[in-house]
Design a protein around this ligand. Structure first.
Ligand code: ADP
Length: 461
């Protein structure tokens, strides 16, 4: 049967508390009682010795039996549960508690037996008698018999003490149990509440509410980690959903513009409104080229997004590659009056030449696209230990801070209208990043709107 975490934790806490309290109570009770029994047995022994030495002292003081003094010792002993009988050397009774007060002796023994039976249901005790010699100057002058209820007995004070001890143990047990249960409930809700919060939010996220976040912190490390993971998951899903929507919007938008133009031109020609002149056919052709470019961009993307795309590595001089690419862009840079400066010295690297060329082409062509007339582009190659850093810096339009995290995503374009004019579909940087990462390299970007952008690629030699 399924149980809630809260119930399960409360019950297990209660169970552990009950077992602990019971165990501690039983052990404490047994231990204390055993100690007390030892103490009682020792007390009986000590008191017996005290009685013997008191009688011996009496004889030594008076040098004869003094029945009045012995009676006072005997009465005192009787009060403590000892029935004594003193005899001289000839066997003559000097003082005997039974003779003195037989009824009291019997009632004392019966009372002790009753106390012990009340305490222990299957108690087996009996009247015991020990005999001690009375010596004077190392000469035996008589003996004393000390009788008591054995092996040991509890008097009323002892019974009261044991009773109080039991009550204390029971009270402490019950109070500890109550505290344990209350603490158990508090701890269980402390653990289950944040987990329930996580579950609720996770359910909402799974129902598509990606903007949901788990708020508040728990004092449990694992729950905080879970919360952070779920929040991160929601954020990632939200970003993906946003990109997905943007991707669909971008692709359909890119297709709609040339298709609408084509459709209206064709309809006008078919309806006889327009003459199929060379210019009109040329314009239709350009739109078809634009659609084709988008489709081939999509194809290229699918190749580079394939997890298993293969690198054909070889040793080559990357500075040579860069210089050739800059040469190929010369007419474009002249058109926009943009100066491209290359600070590259010969540098051999082991990589896929075609794909690294693609990286350089993408970065330099972007720099050209997003730099205004009369701007400047600087391409540098710096060696850093076993790495090289290729940087492409421009003083163009820059990228807004809010766009920077997304520019490497498929079809993401910071400024849609400008891109449509320049013909970019927003996949150049996605491919660039994919190639760099396939070479186990890194790419990052720093940019300021209106100031310019620098892309840095780090590759191992
Ligand atoms: P596109 O084909 O649109 O250029 P990219 O993937 O190459 O696609 O670039 C993604 C977006 O990043 C661009 O649309 C542009 O907004 C921004 N971008 C890339 N390079 C630069 C740059 N050098 N300066 C300013 N913006 C840039």
């Amino acid at each position: 049967m399924e149980k809630s975490l809260r119930r399960k934790l409360t019950f297990s806490h209660m169970f552990v508390a009950i077992v602990c309290v019971l165990l501690i109570s039983i052990v404490a009770n047994n231990f204390l009682e055993r100690q007390f029994q030892n103490y009682i047995i020792q007390t009986i022994e000590r008191k017996s010795n005290d009685i013997v030495s008191a009688i011996r002292q009496q004889y030594n003081l008076d040098d004869e039996w003094n029945s009045i003094r012995i009676e006072s010792i005997g009465v005192d002993a009787l009060e403590n549960g000892f029935i004594i009988s003193v005899e001289n050397l000839e066997g003559k009774i000097i003082w005997d508690a039974n003779i003195y007060n037989n009824g009291k002796c019997e009632s004392i023994i019966e009372h002790m037996a009753q106390n012990m039976r009340q305490k222990y249901s299957n108690w087996q005790g009996e009247y015991k008698e020990n005999q001690y010699d009375i010596l004077s100057n190392s000469q035996k002058v008589g003996n004393v018999k000390i009788g008591y209820y054995g092996p040991f007995y509890y008097n009323d004070n002892d019974m009261l003490f044991l009773d109080t001890l039991n009550k204390i143990i029971i009270t402490v047990g019950v109070v500890s149990l109550l505290i344990a249960v209350i603490l158990g409930v508090i701890i269980a809700s402390g653990v289950s509440r944040p987990i329930s919060r996580v579950i609720d939010t996770a359910e909402n996220i799974s129902n598509g509410k990606y903007d949901e976040r788990i708020k508040g912190k728990s004092d449990i490390k694992e729950i905080n980690k879970l919360t952070t993971s779920i929040n991160h998951l929601a954020k990632t899903l939200q970003e993906h959903e946003m990109l997905q929507k943007r991707l669909t919007a971008d692709v359909s938008h890119e297709l709609r513009t040339p298709l609408t133009t084509l459709q209206s031109h064709m309809e006008a020609i078919l309806d006889g409104v327009w003459e199929p002149t060379m210019d009109r056919i040329k314009s239709c052709h350009e739109e078809i080229i634009r659609i084709n470019r988008l489709v081939s961009d999509l194809e290229k993307l699918s190749i580079y997004e394939d997890e298993n795309f293969v690198l054909h590595k070889s040793q080559f001089d990357i500075s040579e590659v860069i210089k050739n690419i800059i040469l190929n862009f010369q007419s474009q840079s002249l058109d926009k009056n943009i100066e491209i400066e290359a600070k590259c010295e010969k540098q051999m690297i082991f990589a896929d030449k075609d794909k690294i060329s693609q990286v350089c082409i993408n970065l330099i062509s972007n720099a050209l696209k997003y730099t205004l007339q009369g701007g400047k582009i600087e391409v540098r190659l710096d060696k850093k230990k076993e790495f090289i850093e290729l940087s492409v810096k421009d003083n163009g339009i820059g990228i807004a801070e809010s766009d920077i995290p997304y520019i490497f995503e498929r079809f993401y374009r910071a400024d849609k209208s400008r891109n449509r004019l320049t013909g970019g579909a927003g996949i150049g940087l996605t491919i660039t990043k994919r190639i760099v990462e396939a070479h186990k390299g890194k790419i990052n970007v720093e940019s300021k709107v209106g100031k310019g952008t620098v892309f840095k690629v780090i590759l191992s030699i």
